[in-house]
Design a protein around this ligand. Structure first.
Ligand code: DCP
Length: 696
């Protein structure tokens, strides 16, 4: 949904830079002999010569378009050079292009706050740089202005004699009587031209740019004069620019909202919106969208350049055109597995390089059913909290697909699968990881520690309650307000609903009854769309989930006491205590003790792995624990062939706690404090230090 943001009263200088025929340029850098030739990059899929995804400007002159396939392009331009995208896992591998985009961003980021808007687009806030230039070296004082700056297009500035364009542009840039806004834009234009030349020098890529007072106008302008040119949008030209600008071409108006403006209000250009009052637009489209529409009609947008050099999300997709459409679940699964493998690799490298994790997994598909050629528009996108680990992502993705398919086909009984009207084919599949969050510094090692050791679960299915609509990808259990914890929960591979408890289990060796999901039948193996839609999915049968073994439940007297003592400190939705409160009455035993029973491994792989991690930590220090406490904190239970262990509250490593999100630290620390038992452990040993409660 568009968000109305008020424009600040201060003049800003924002540039939008967009690479020219980007994939082609990347390929031409690899093969310089292609430079200057009509060239296009084609998709991996060779159907009808492969889909064109990037077309050089030389090829465009012959009428080659991106909508064409290779065969058609060769018909209109026989000499066209077709280069196939790099391939991995039977699909396009875009890493080369992504890395090339990163090279560009790193050049631009030297000059101002950058927001990487897509693989080849960047916004940059040049306000400070322009202000500094205006103060120290205003254009009117410059002896020499680079040719590249003089080639700028100034919207609304009419040059009488085309031969004098550069001279006229110089005059416009250097006007001493110009208003402050235009002077800043003139400085912005000089800076942007310089940046574009720098990008060309360092990366060999050319780009085009728009320079304006906000992101919206800068973006519109960058596409106006391509390739390798720049366009300035003075305030005085905004009305003229928007007057004739097609409404459907405006960002966020390409879909239903734009169509409604056309059909319901008869608005075909942005300028035509000026006829409507803000109230009228609000009545029709709601307060926020109404105001946003009122603003864009006037070229107003206060949206900030976000300061983000990394992509907002990761995605991996593939098209299956014509006869290649996927018609069975097993084929879909095959391809989803490949897509998820790639996604998982990229998430892992983002985590390693940038310390970021993604919180939401979304599946998109296009499909047809029966003879309905329009039905591909309606395959619902589905999202759920993202669990790390390739197998988990694969498992969740197929479940999301099944949930979407169920809704798409609109039936609830597998018996109808074979009927003609319910035949379907998938023509496009993609998985995306979004809601990226940076792990606060200091938490890296714990995430690595858990992440590195978590094995993919083979049987823990995406629970229905965690399948959510694309439109509302936040957690149904209030995940949004628990950002820190949920991020880690996702990272640790827990389904969101259970995470807090599992976190506690990992930390405190506690186990919880998790017997739901028993007695499920094959027939209910797809989730009910109604349940998902209404947020009541947890009431639905949970299909083909492995039967979970009831868990032994061992409560901790000390923990219980502490929980009671600290209830007053509970605050916000993130509270572990609050969550714990909902569950602790299930706890029956009086010993803090964790036992992984037979058969629980597959269902609780994640937390049992963590248990084992804690165990291995403890084993390293086993001697010290045994010596100091007279009670082994790590033990192997004979007969089960599985490790189990028990330990005390005071044995929890405060340094591990240090690495948790701040709000969790506070709560866990509150639990530690009453348990201080000075002199119980021997000072000086590693484990004493490790588990010491006196450190905080
Ligand atoms: N791309 C793609 N599939 C599409 C559209 C684009 O794979 N349907 C890729 C190839 C493009 C790159 O993204 O090179 C950037 O897309 P742009 O829309 O910015 O187009 P180009 O950079 O190719 O050309 P232009 O100079 O018109 O921006």
């Amino acid at each position: 949904m568009p968000v109305a943001t008020r424009e600040t009263s201060d003049a800003r200088v924002i540039a939008h830079l967009d690479m020219d025929c980007f994939y082609v340029q990347v390929e031409q850098r690899k093969q310089p002999n292609l430079r200057g030739l009509p060239t296009a990059v084609i998709q991996y899929n060779s159907y009808k010569g492969g889909a064109l995804i990037a077309v050089s400007y030389e090829a465009r002159k012959y009428g080659v378009k991106r909508s064409m396939r290779g065969d058609e392009a060769q018909e209109v331009c026989p000499q066209i050079q077709l280069v196939q995208v790099p391939v991995a896992r039977g699909k396009a591998d875009l890493n080369t292009y992504r890395n090339a985009g990163s090279e560009v961003v790193s050049v631009l980021a030297r000059k101002g706050r950058c927001e990487r808007a897509s693989i080849d687009e960047v916004y940059i806030d040049l306000t400070e740089a322009a202000e500094a230039m205006l103060k120290e070296a205003p254009p009117e004082n410059l002896d020499d202005i680079h040719e590249e700056v003089l080639k700028s297009h100034v919207l609304g500035f009419i040059v009488e004699d085309e031969n004098d364009t550069k001279k006229e542009v110089r005059k416009w840039l250097c006007r001493s009587d110009a208003d402050y806004h235009d002077k800043l834009l003139a400085c912005g234009a000089i800076i942007v031209a310089d940046l574009r030349m720098q990008v060309l020098k360092e990366t060999e890529f050319s780009c085009s740019a728009g320079i304006a007072h906000n992101k919206m106008l800068a973006k519109l302008a960058s596409a106006m004069n391509k390739p390798a040119q720049q366009t300035i949008v003075p305030r005085s030209s905004v009305k003229g620019l928007l007057e004739s600008f097609p409404i459907k071409k405006m960002k966020q108006l390409g879909g239903k909202l734009g169509s409604s403006l056309q059909s319901d209000l008869g608005v075909n250009t942005v300028g035509e919106l000026l006829k409507f009052s803000e109230e009228k637009l609000q009545q029709r489209y709601g307060i926020n969208t109404g105001t946003w529409l009122w603003n864009i009609a006037r070229g107003i947008s206060g949206e900030e350049v976000e300061g983000r050099l990394l992509p907002k999300s990761h995605g991996s997709g593939k098209n299956f055109p014509g006869p290649q459409a996927l018609k069975t679940i097993s084929l879909v699964q095959h391809w989803l597995n490949r897509l998820c493998e790639e996604l998982s690799e990229r998430l892992q490298s983002d985590l390693d390089q940038n310390k970021r994790i993604a919180r939401t997994l979304t599946l998109h598909a296009r499909a047809y059913k029966g003879g309905d050629s329009d039905s591909h528009k309606n395959f619902p996108s589905k999202s759920c909290p993202l669990r790390y680990g390739t197998a988990k992502i694969q498992e969740d993705a197929i479940n999301l697909f099944q949930a979407g398919l169920r809704e798409y086909i609109g039936f609830y009984n597998n018996k109808s699968l074979g009927s003609q009207s319910n035949r379907w084919g998938i023509t496009s599949l993609s998985v995306a990881a979004s809601k990226m969050v940076t792990i606060p510094s200091g938490t890296h090692s714990i995430v690595k520690y858990f992440g590195g050791q978590l094995q993919p679960s083979s049987s823990l299915k995406q629970t229905p309650e965690s399948v959510i609509h694309e439109a509302a990808p936040s957690s149904p259990s209030g995940g949004e307000s628990c950002l820190g914890l949920n991020s880690y929960e996702s990272q640790l591979g827990y389904p969101e609903e259970d995470t807090r408890m599992k976190y506690l289990r990992a930390s405190f060796g506690q186990q919880v009854d998790q017997s739901k999901g028993d007695d499920l039948t094959e027939e209910s193996s797809l989730l009910s769309p109604q349940a998902i839609e209404n947020g009541t999915a947890e009431k639905e049968p949970q299909p083909s989930f492995p039967v979970e073994e009831p868990r032994h439940i061992h409560a901790v007297p000390t923990l219980k006491t502490v929980v009671k003592k600290n209830t007053a400190k509970e605050k916000g939705n993130c509270s572990i205590l609050k969550f714990f409160k909902n569950h602790h009455d299930h706890c029956t035993s009086v010993k803090q003790h964790a036992t992984n029973g037979q058969g629980s491994e597959s269902n609780y792989h994640s937390d049992s792995t963590i248990n084992n991690q804690v165990e291995s930590l403890k084993e390293t220090n086993h001697e010290a624990i045994g010596t100091d406490n007279g009670e082994s904190s790590a033990s192997h239970e004979a007969g089960e062939g599985r490790a189990s262990w028990s330990y005390r509250m005071e044995e929890i490593d405060p340094s591990v706690v240090d690495e948790l999100p701040p709000e969790i630290q506070l709560e866990v620390r509150a639990w530690f404090r009453p348990l201080k038992r000075p002199n119980v452990v021997k000072r000086g040993s590693i484990i004493t230090h490790y588990f010491s409660t006196n450190k905080d």
